[in-house]
Design a protein around this ligand. Sequence first.
Ligand code: NAP
Length: 448
Amino acid sequence: MYVAIVGAGPAGFFSAAALLKVDDPTVHIDMFERLPTPWGLVRSGVAPDHPKIKSVSAIFTKTAAHERFRFFGNVEIGRDVTRRDLLTHYDAVIYAVGAQKDRPLGVPGETLPGSVGASEIVGWYNAHPDRSHLTPDLSVRAATVIGNGNVALDVARILTMQPSALGNTDIADHALRALADSKIEDVTVVGRRGPLQAAFTTPELRELGELDGVHVNVDPADLADITDDDLSAASQVTRMNIDVLRDLATRPRLPGQHRQITLTFRRSPAELRGADRVEEIVLARNELRDEGGRTIAIDSGERERLPTGLVVRAIGYHGNRLESVPFDEGRGVIPNIDGRVDGEMGEYVVGWVKRGPSGIIGTNKKCAQDTVDTILSDLAAGTLKPSERPAAPPDLVERSGAKPVLAEHWLAIDRHELAAAVTSGRPRIKLSTWRELLAVGHETVQPH
Ligand code: NAP
């Protein structure tokens, strides 16, 4: 059976591993990836100061070395190879393309210069080749991060960390230089609901309180109305978050803490203002109400103005439509039942484009196993029938004229990045442009 996996992030690699684990030597996998590099968010989403989370890439490398696995980077479905090609030449296609767009805020001024999506700034500091040209203005004193999830906390932390603490990470060189010159002193994180509803997790919250030279402001008034009943009804994560927030709220600002992060709650952006770039954000104060068991934020009509030169919108990601593959625009996912694309035969989906942009890297392991289980049950039921074929699928990529980054080319990039870091004390120095990545990949080993 020949399976095409579209997307080389964690969901794609966990799916490949789950398929290769099946005791069937006829299962072959071709993985197609738009970027010249594999690993998806493990390379370009996970914060550079979280190397432990990135260590999962060792497992992906092992999968990639499997004799029945092939990698085709720098190949875009819809541009180089079509959905039709994949369906014609593979028995099953698994879409693992993630959620690459920032959800829009939908407020006036959102597109002013100085307002950036989290995917842009996170990609920028992680050397994503589509984002390396960005030049976020860090000459401003105050920045605002919208959202109360882990991405918002990642961004707030990276913007306030000492450059020396980032200097031993794999952060993009251009970001390291820009952050070393940053004038940002004040980062406000804006949550639209209360601390009980925050989406961030406790280790990420705790990390803010451990940053060198950074004071974290939490207004005790935001915690004052939290009752024991609220806490016993809350999840364990929320209870631990409240413990950390209560501790942060008691801490005085210490000498030497030149930067601060302010965690605000019950506020939503109403407008971004500025003559030709963001100068201030207007925040609506919210009241919280229960609606059918869910706490929702309602605009109280009251407004606050906050001077800010940089706004990062970290309110969640949204999937992109992939050629003619069925797509639910509202949810940003490929509609599916248990990973089987709705109404289609031989097409499957996994990861954020299957279930929406939530969960940690490891969540994709179970998600991938579920999708692979669906494939196996379709095989057993005979609704998925591997075709009788004398040989492997034709080389679709070669036919398309694309210049793929094959496994050996990626390994050349990998070796180059690791070697560049040898005397620096950093784990790797990432190549951050398409030009460099393709040049290093292709010039060291000729494609065959
Ligand atoms: P998220 O966890 O879904 O958080 C999104 C936040 O944006 C929520 O606080 C949400 O508030 C808020 N929001 C949504 N729409 C809004 C609006 N119109 N105005 C104001 N606020 C709005 O998403 P994420 O932070 O992008 O993270 C994605 C996933 O990756 C999460 O599962 C996260 O845990 C994971 N992740 C993990 C790590 C880590 O493990 N270290 C790091 C980064 C990301 P409501 O709750 O009110 O909707």
